[in-house]
Design a protein around this ligand. Structure first.
Ligand code: ADP
Ligand code: MG
Length: 323
């Protein structure tokens, strides 16, 4: 009995938080996990990074060799008679993305990039008027014909171009947490840019995820305590440039206009997994405060925190202070 107590205290003394952070998927990926064996902790953190790199290499639109790039080259050439075979994982991503296309009546639309691929936020350039006119009709998720059971796809419009940037990072943090959970980890936090998911608590205390101040100095606007959940934040401050008329041109695109939206500055969605919170944060950003909150209030598993461009904060019903 004594020996057992001694052994326990020795191993507990070794238990530490282990963290790593790397630049992957065009953003900062970080992992923090609690494990009583530092060598195992380090190996698990490395496995998370490897999985993040795999997801980036598979779904990046910027890599010619990615499955996504291959699909964008091939699927426009295919037809119902001769569809393109895709992986079960790509099938899941497309199925989820198309589900959110239907749920939001096209506010979330992975074909937004048919036109939006011609924005260059670093160079500060945007599509020309003729590109807009020509490519706007290609923005419609219904052009993507997915056969879930057969794992095949084709596009019904030659100019359709799919980008999974509104959903892939949320999926990635879910994969990382699943990997850690399967390895027996009970306390962990993983984030990829604005998408985070936490496993368990932070050893007796909740995890605290900060929602950035959308304007002015770097800083945290709101702190959200979380256990066993995901939070995704979409902002108009991450990738943007200022246009000729002083307007802020950013990376979240209204599929109806092909232009960036101008009501909200930040949308955070809290829910059980990143796959959904990521798609929903982009969706609510496009829908705006009224329609966006109405949508979240219909989904019992999800909550929202919005910051408008004017600096007003709004909460979904589940987070609203009692009246
Ligand atoms: P990030 O974490 O990169 O800031 P967000 O969750 O805020 O991502 O989503 C923004 C990304 O979603 C954009 O960079 C783009 O890849 C993609 N996106 C932009 N507009 C839409 C849209 N209407 N529907 C689906 N995806 C979109
Ligand atoms: Mg998102």
């Amino acid at each position: 009995m004594l020996a057992l107590a001694f052994m326990f205290s020795v191993s507990a003394a070794h238990a530490v938080w282990h963290s790593d952070e790397q630049a992957i998927m065009g953003t900062r990926v970080s992992v923090t996990l609690w494990h009583d064996d530092p060598a195992v902790a380090q190996r698990l953190a490395a496995q998370v990074m490897t999985e993040m790199r795999r997801i980036d290499n598979t779904y990046s639109p910027y890599k010619d060799s990615s499955d996504l790039s291959l699909m964008n080259r091939e699927a426009p050439e295919r037809s119902a008679a001769n569809p393109l075979t895709i992986s079960p994982e790509m099938t899941r991503l497309l199925d989820k993305a198309l589900y959110y296309g239907r749920l939001t009546d096209g506010a979330f639309d992975i074909t937004f990039a048919s036109l939006a691929r011609y924005y260059d936020y670093r160079a500060g350039t945007q599509p020309s008027d003729s590109q807009r006119e020509q490519l706007l009709p290609a923005i419609d998720y219904r052009h993507v014909k997915l056969d879930k059971a057969a794992h095949t796809v084709y596009y019904t419009q030659p100019q359709v171009y799919v980008d999974l940037g509104g959903i892939a990072k949320g999926y990635a943090v879910d994969r990382a947490i699943a990997l850690l959970h399967e390895a027996g980890v009970q306390h962990a936090s993983v984030s990829a840019g604005g998408d985070s998911r936490v496993l368990g608590d932070r050893h007796g205390r909740p995890w605290v995820v900060g929602i950035k101040q959308p304007r002015g100095a770097e800083g945290v606007a709101i702190k959200v305590p979380l256990n066993d959940s995901a939070i995704s934040t979409s902002g108009d401050y991450e990738r943007f440039f200022i246009g000729a008329e002083g307007e802020r041109i950013h990376h979240i695109i209204n599929p109806r206009t092909g232009k960036s939206t101008d009501e909200l500055a930040s949308v955070s969605i809290i829910g059980p997994d990143g796959f959904d919170t990521d798609a929903l944060s982009t969706s609510v950003f496009v829908l705006g405060a009224a329609k966006g909150l109405a949508l979240i209030d219909k989904l019992p598993a999800f909550d929202a925190i919005l910051i408008t461009r004017a600096g007003k904060v709004a909460y979904s019903r589940g987070l609203a202070p009692p009246e």
